[in-house]
Design a protein around this ligand. Structure first.
Ligand code: ADP
Ligand code: ASP
Ligand code: MG
Length: 407
């Protein structure tokens, strides 16, 4: 008897018909003699709609109350799914994060799971029930509901798989697996048979929202067997594992992220300790900084630019404006008319010319690069937001990642 954790995303349970279809799938797996824990996301666009409701009331609602609101979406899904499974003649029980004992820190709206007490889940499994768990939510030390950040249900699933020592963690979504680029933007993107934890972690962190990056981090840490596949068909999905088979291509995929912003701090004094002051301020406010560029000093000043998540832009700019004197800067400017386009591949470290090929693809399309950052297994370029799709397609084509080139 295997213990399987399955996760179904929002589009897979969007309406009554899809939910019933998923219920049948779940029951099939159960009837094959498996113990089954199923993590569900909120139906369709529910989470977005809840955020809109909050914005109608306040532009800056408290994060604790946002979590109270957003966590309701997942609860609707698990309750409806329990009813669907019962209708099919099987026993199921729905459980919230708190009932499962998913303990997180107190960073409301982007909390991290610290510990899972799986006793209730194990008891219910022993009693022969299919256990349905609300994704994306947990509880902090004060007993308050927290959420794990957008897309966080993937992380609930992997964390549960690790805590319960499950044999397999299946992530069901609306595409057949992990592709060389978002198949909605690049029609000839190719489905990967497998991908390494490290490469998947980069893709997810660089914007490929098919998996929450923290879920991949946990899968790697606890060696969870993870597969991404479609809830709409039985095609093989993509396995995420320690070492993926050598692929012909050294680049695994292209990712993009439009939810970012660029901030520039102007005419900063060119003396030691300034970068420390700036980035310590941001770190203390829990603002995560990505690409950083510092200009060469002119006279006795220089400019420092960096990118952050778009939803932290207002907070970051307010913080810097308040501290201009402390930092010793003349001003700050910013834009969210930017996107980050990246390539990922463990093979690129040993191949000179990869960066040049990426820049060539962008140059041919007349796309200007505003910032660049590289690591051993990725290269990212900041471009204008409305050029994102063009950039992704050009780079995908340049590295021959599409279906046709592989054959
Ligand atoms: P779910 O609701 O199931 O969690 P998401 O919308 O979060 O689904 O993630 C699935 C989406 O991720 C796909 O519809 C696809 O557009 C997008 N995506 C982005 N990059 C990739 C990629 N490299 N491979 C597959 N899907 C991708
Ligand atoms: N419902 C949450 C979201 O839309 C979590 C998830 O779907 O994974 O972000
Ligand atoms: Mg998702």
């Amino acid at each position: 008897m295997a213990l399987i954790v399955q996760k179904f995303g929002g589009s897979s349970v969007a309406d009554a018909e899809r939910l019933m279809n998923v219920a049948r799938r779940i029951v099939d797996t159960y009837r094959q003699g498996n113990q089954l824990v199923v993590v569900l996301s909120a139906q369709g666009d529910t989470t977005d709609e809840l955020i809109e409701k909050a914005m109608e009331i306040s532009e800056n609602p408290s994060k604790r109350e946002m979590d109270m609101l957003l966590s309701t979406g997942e609860q609707i899904s698990i309750a409806l799914m329990a009813m669907a499974i019962e209708k099919l003649g099987y026993q199921a029980v729905s459980l919230t994060g708190q009932q499962v004992g998913i303990y997180t820190n107190s960073f409301h709206t982007h909390a991290r799971i610290e510990n899972i007490d799986g006793k209730r889940v194990k008891d219910e499994l022993e009693a022969g029930k299919i256990v349905l768990v609300a994704g994306f939510q947990g509880v902090n030390e004060h007993g308050d509901i927290t959420t794990l950040g957008r897309g966080g249900s993937d992380t609930t699933a992997v964390a549960l798989a690790a805590a319960l020592k499950a044999d397999l963690c299946e992530i069901y979504t609306d595409v057949d697996g992990i592709y060389t680029a978002d198949p909605r933007i690049v029609p000839d993107a190719r489905k990967l048979k497998d991908i390494s934890y490290d490469e998947m972690l980069e893709l997810a962190s660089l914007g490929a929202r098919v998996l929450h990056n923290r879920s991949v981090e946990l899968a790697k840490k606890y060696n969870v067997n993870m597969e991404v596949r479609s809830s709409l068909n039985d095609h093989d999905g993509t396995l995420i594992k320690e070492e993926a088979e050598m692929e012909k291509t050294m680049i695994k995929g292209v990712a993009y992220d439009k939810d970012i912003a660029r901030v520039s701090i102007l005419s900063v004094r060119d003396v030691p300790g300034i970068a420390f002051k700036i980035f310590k301020l941001l770190a203390d406010a829990d603002i995560n900084v990505d690409i950083i560029i510092q200009s060469i000093g002119r006279g006795d000043t220089k400019d420092i630019s960096f990118t952050i998540a778009r939803n932290q832009l207002t907070e970051a700019v307010d913080l810097i404006n308040k501290n201009l004197d402390y930092i010793g800067a003349k001003g700050v400017n910013f834009t969210h008319d930017v996107a980050k386009v990246s390539i990922v591949g463990a093979g690129m470290a040993n191949h000179p010319g990869v960066a040049a090929a990426m820049f060539e693809a962008l140059a041919k399309e007349d796309i200007n690069i505003h910032m660049i950052s590289t690591s051993e297994i990725k290269i990212s370029c900041l471009v204008r937001k409305d050029e994102t799709e063009k950039a992704v397609k050009a780079i995908h084509e340049r590295f021959g990642l599409g279906e046709t080139e592989e054959e």
